[in-house]
Design a protein around this ligand. Structure first.
Ligand SMILES: Nc1ncnc2c1ncn2[C@@H]1O[C@H](COP(=O)(O)OP(=O)(O)OP(=O)(O)O)[C@@H](O)[C@H]1O
Ligand SMILES: [Mg+2]
Length: 143
């Protein structure tokens, strides 16, 4: 049913749950699973300026963090025998995730309900909320 699954991770415990859910579903449907992490400068929440305006030092710190998140995700997925891809992108996380999904013919996006933000149990995190509202395909929000 789901040929291409996109799991988004920020490295949080919620994202770890999303990765496990994604791996289980991918196994069941023999889907291709792509893990995506999006890095963004904290001062650039609205994506007003591009990566080239950040300065190379800020960029390399963010890149290092992103690589670490992907490395952890890879480690978590190791035990599942799946066809996997890993993507690190720069930009606004919600928009970047939904754009990537559309461009690459993803049919299911999986995110955690929360991340590293302050948890308000009854509310979704801003990234999961944005993905939920803007995705062209089905979205699974793992709680
Ligand atoms: N930078 C990111 N790259 C990839 N996926 C992300 C990123 N940030 C969040 N996600 C995904 O979205 C889920 C929800 O995180 P979100 O950021 O929406 O919640 P939060 O951090 O609690 O709230 P907020 O960021 O609005 O303060 C995460 O579990 C993860 O699956
Ligand atoms: Mg967050």
């Amino acid at each position: 049913m789901y040929k291409k699954i996109l799991v988004a991770t920020d490295g949080s415990s919620y994202a770890r749950k999303a990765i496990d859910a994604g791996a289980d579903i991918a196994k069941r449907f023999k889907s291709e699973l792509t893990l995506i992490a999006v890095i963004q400068h904290p001062m650039n929440a609205f994506g007003l300026f591009g990566i080239e305006e950040l300065g190379s030092e800020a960029y390399s710190i963010l890149k290092k963090k992103g690589d670490e998140i992907i490395r952890e995700g890879k480690e978590q997925l190791k035990s599942y025998d799946l066809s996997t891809h890993y993507v690190l992108e720069y930009g606004n996380p919600g928009d970047t995730i939904t754009h990537y999904a559309k461009k690459n013919g993803v049919d299911l996006i999986i995110v955690g309900s929360h991340g590293y933000g302050e948890v308000m149990a009854h509310m979704l995190g801003s990234v999961s909320d944005r993905v939920n509202h803007h995705a062209h395909c089905s979205v699974l929000i793992v709680r």
